[in-house]
Design a protein around this ligand. Structure first.
Ligand SMILES: Cc1ncc(COP(=O)(O)O)c(C=O)c1O
Length: 431
């Protein structure tokens, strides 16, 4: 069996050992959940884990206020509602992101308007964002995709010039920084997610950070608490709200991860830097030189042009990497082309970079970086797969001959598998 033949074409898989699982159930996490259980204080009203989480977020991000909520999608919705964004308004959102960045805008009755992303980093292209602004635009959402902070300086300038609210979607970053500015420091509000795949996993959970506006913070608190002021469980509903309060169990879990942030980041960074040296130039999405700290939430990869020309796409590559023992996902499809967002008449706006990435880009979850051997295994698998692009692209007649036996799967189900069984070939990730 030739050594360099992809496993999908009958070669021996690069890797048979599983990668570390995520989230990793620590002693601290268990103790935190048990403490809530034993306390009998199971919902957020008063001095509990929810408030402690909010205080920790205020402290860490140096913001005026933090409101812990049930998930990142609701964090975005509550932030938009609190800012008065609604029917008739438009919000500019990068086309390459998890769907919630756009669907939250629709949920408050406004229209998400897609902007293209940069070809090097897949972060928002501010030129395209500027072109998307109209007289109806109320806000701009920037996404710290894969843990790489978006251009916060440029986004802030654009919003100030056009009188727009800036919302940072920081579901995928907790400690990243742009040109010395930590995430959360430029947006009027920042939405965070603590879903199980995230860097501070609570199973579910989220938060809205409010940078400086106390009145806005009060509105976020009320909307998330059925329209009542914080601390009130009476029937003094001042405005129509929703129940987006985080549960005490989730808040305690999220808190239990914060202390380990830097230690895990150093491990991810170490593996990422070796990967960067070992992979061919251009395989990894670029890191903007103005990034002070990248959280390495995702390892973003793009197929070389030669492989694309040979017919290889990201879905086939994900299948081929799975056969090598490397779990990967295709990058988020450009949301403006999804059935939920297609205009009822006419063609959707053409955004060539985001649309191209839908076929050419893929990602690995940060848990893979916790194994230093990833820096050897991924490049080995990548070079085999891209070297055999045309045969892999040839399709159904090319089948793996080394199907792992049940129970010997090279990887196990983990929380980045949100849309089906683990890393099923060709499946599209949900976040
Ligand atoms: C960029 C982005 N925004 C928003 C969300 C929504 O967060 P949640 O799953 O907590 O609702 C996610 C993740 O799921 C995400 O990756």
């Amino acid at each position: 069996m030739p050594h360099d033949l992809p496993a999908a074409l009958g070669g021996r898989p690069v890797r048979t050992r599983p990668f570390p699982t995520w989230p990793s159930p620590s002693v601290e996490a268990r103790a935190a959940v048990n403490a809530v259980f034993d306390s009998g204080h199971w919902w957020q009203n008063g001095d509990g884990a929810g408030e402690r989480l909010e205080a920790a977020l205020v402290d860490r991000f140096e913001v005026r206020a933090a409101v812990a909520v049930t998930n990142g999608t609701l964090a975005l919705e509550v932030a938009l509602r609190a800012a008065g964004v609604g029917p008739g308004d438009e919000v500019v959102v990068p086309a390459t992101t998890f769907v919630s960045s756009a669907s939250a805008v629709s949920s408050v009755g406004a229209t998400p308007v897609p902007a293209d992303v940069r070809p090097d980093t897949f972060s928002l292209d501010l030129g395209s964002a500027r072109e998307s602004v109209t007289a109806r635009t109320k806000a701009l959402v920037v996404v710290h995709l894969g843990g790489q902070p978006a251009d916060l300086t440029g986004a802030r300038l654009l919003c100030d010039e056009k009188g727009l609210l800036l919302i940072e979607d920081s579901a995928q970053a907790v400690a990243a920084a742009w040109d010395g500015r930590p995430v959360g420091s430029a947006g009027d509000m920042t939405a965070m997610s603590f879903q199980a795949a995230k860097l501070w996993p609570g199973g579910e959970g989220g938060a809205v950070l409010i940078r400086s506006d106390g009145a806005l913070a009060g509105r976020v608190e009320r909307i998330a608490n059925c329209g009542r002021p914080r601390g009130s469980s009476d029937y003094d509903h001042l405005e129509p709200g929703t129940n987006a309060r985080i549960s005490e169990f989730h808040a305690a879990l999220v808190l239990s991860h914060m202390a380990g942030t830097d230690a895990l980041w150093l491990r991810r960074k170490g593996t990422y830097e070796r990967l960067d040296r070992a992979l061919p130039a251009g395989a990894l999405a670029a890191v903007d030189p103005r990034v002070t700290r990248h959280d390495h939430y995702m390892v973003l990869l793009r197929l070389p042009q030669a492989a694309l020309t040979d017919g290889l796409d990201n879905a086939t590559t994900v299948r081929a990497l799975a056969a090598e023992g490397i779990p990967a996902r295709v990058l988020f499809p450009a949301w403006h082309l999804l059935p939920a967002f297609r205009p009822p008449t006419g063609a959707p706006r053409s955004l060539p970079v985001a649309e191209g990435a839908t076929r050419s880009a893929l990602w690995l979850h940060h848990r893979l970086l916790l194994d230093p051997d990833c820096a050897e295994d991924l490049p080995a698998a990548w070079s085999r797969v891209t070297a055999h692009a045309s045969r892999l692209a040839a399709g159904p007649e090319v089948r793996p001959t080394t199907t792992p036996k049940p129970g010997l799967m090279p990887d196990s189900r983990t929380s980045d598998d949100r849309s089906g069984p683990p890393f099923r070939a060709g499946s599209v990730s949900s976040s």
